[in-house]
Design a protein around this ligand. Structure first.
Ligand code: AMP
Ligand code: GLY
Length: 427
């Protein structure tokens, strides 16, 4: 089979790494890919949002399966366009991807199908939002309705912070994505990510993971795309996993089918584990990044099997097998991220990590420069992922890898996985 993976981050490197191991796959392309992906796949210089040229490429090269990494092309309807031409593609249609691309749509679905989530109100005018904030008081969470690369949610301790968030959105900082504002109840608990394969009818959850959204240790600093992850997340006990399946994943898939928009692909539920049980913070319509950098290396089953079953509607025939190992992924980022940062800095020490057992380097923002060096080219640069028998040792291995890699102004969190230890050791 010839497979095309769309995207250029750590998620896509992890997908390509796993697809490459499939016994059914003999050629992998990635559009546009990155410095690390180019050692595993043929990188094609087409951007992830250039649907016309991706379609042309897939037809001309007789691609058997396309796997879409990021949400952008999904929300623009890449799946609809490929399927119209009879091309097999993994991901939800434009209508189904609204679970991620419109928070108000996602809330409507959760309300209609009794899926637990934070209470919320939607506003079209900033004046009304301000009035509501002053009347209700904090803490509150202010969110833009549309896609904002993980940067459109503002958990606010008090009214003042909430008003500032509304002002920022009203100033046009999020363009069209900010044309509607949601104000939500502030949920208290621990977060976890549960992803699932779905073929529109059946659901198979992947093992749980926990992301680290804030830029700095102890969940301080700005929200980012994610600074590290580990899997499994001990907060998701077996009991909780079955509640998440029964109360969240199954009703979402049934609901989308009932709406006439069957959901195929990866359904990502970003959850808050509250005292009352799991509640949905957000849905994403694709593999989470960096979660998947921690989850995919633990998947023992050939990934092509569930992916094809999602496309063909036969997921009920698939069982996933998992390694008992824990995994930890530490993201190394460019100094300044998620704000301004510089690019083009040579990265050294990668070959030392590649020699380590049970450690994988997933590239996110890297490219190979004219002199053949691997240099930084994005905010999140690398995900150093280790596998090990327990989370404590695995954290140590991941940081051992991180310490071997250097580039100018590199920064990373030093507490990835700490919350898991709390569950295990009560530390
Ligand atoms: P989102 O963009 O909706 O995924 O939100 C980004 C982050 O903001 C989440 O991972 C949470 O840490 C936080 N957050 C979002 N919604 C809520 C909420 N209702 N209560 C508490 N924290 C939230
Ligand atoms: N890690 C969060 C996301 O992929 O959106």
């Amino acid at each position: 089979m010839k497979v095309l993976v769309i995207g250029s981050g750590g998620r896509e490197h992890a997908i390509v790494w796993k697809v490459k191991k499939s016994r059914w796959v003999n050629k992998v392309y990635c559009a546009p890919g990155n410095g690390g992906i180019s050692s595993l796949a043929v990188c094609v210089p087409i951007q992830a949002d250039d649907i016309d040229n991706l379609l042309k490429f897939a037809q001309e090269n007789e691609i058997d399966l396309t796997i879409v990494g990021p949400e952008g092309p999904l929300s623009e309807g890449i799946v609809d366009r490929f399927e119209e031409r009879g091309l097999r593609i993994f991901g939800p249609t434009k209508a189904a991807a609204r679970l991620e691309s419109s928070k108000s749509y996602a809330k409507m679905i959760m309300e209609r199908y009794n899926i637990p989530t934070a209470k919320y109100v939607t506003f079209k005018s900033p004046e009304e939002a301000r009035k509501y904030i002053i009347e209700t008081g904090g803490p509150l969470v202010v969110k833009v309705d549309g896609l904002a690369s993980g940067k459109g949610a503002f958990p606010c301790e008090d009214e003042l912070e909430a008003l500032e968030a509304v002002n920022l959105i009203a100033s046009g900082a999020f363009k069209e994505a900010g044309s509607k504002v949601l104000i939500e109840e502030y949920l208290v608990g621990e977060e976890a990510s549960v992803l699932a394969f779905s073929d529109g009818k059946n659901v198979i959850p992947l093992e749980s993971a926990q992301d680290h959204k804030r830029a700095l240790d102890d969940d301080k600093g700005l929200n980012t795309g994610g600074m590290g992850a580990y899997s499994p997340a001990p907060v998701v006990t077996e009991d909780l996993a079955s509640r998440i399946y029964d109360e969240i994943l199954v009703p979402t898939i049934k609901g989308m089918k009932a709406e006439g928009h069957p959901y195929k692909g990866i359904l990502y539920a970003g959850l808050m584990i509250t005292e009352e049980g799991p509640k949905v913070i957000e849905y994403n319509c694709r593999f989470g990044d960096p979660e998947i950098q921690a989850v995919i290396p633990r998947l023992a089953t050939d990934i092509i099997k569930p992916i094809l079953a999602c496309c063909d509607g036969s997921l009920d025939k698939v069982k996933l097998r998992w390694s008992r190992n824990s995994s930890v992924c530490v993201v190394m980022a460019s100094g300044g991220y998620p704000g301004k940062y510089t690019r083009g800095h040579p990265i050294t020490g990668l070959e030392k990590v590649e020699k380590m057992d049970n450690t994988i380097v997933f590239h996110a923002g890297t490219r190979i420069d004219e002199e053949g060096r691997t240099v930084t080219s994005g905010g999140r640069v690398l995900g150093i992922t280790a596998l090990g028998p327990n989370i404590k040792e695995t954290i140590r291995s991941a940081y051992k890898g991180v310490k071997k890699v250097e580039f100018k102004d590199a920064f990373y969190r030093t507490d990835i996985g700490k919350k898991a230890l709390f569950h295990i050791d009560g530390m």
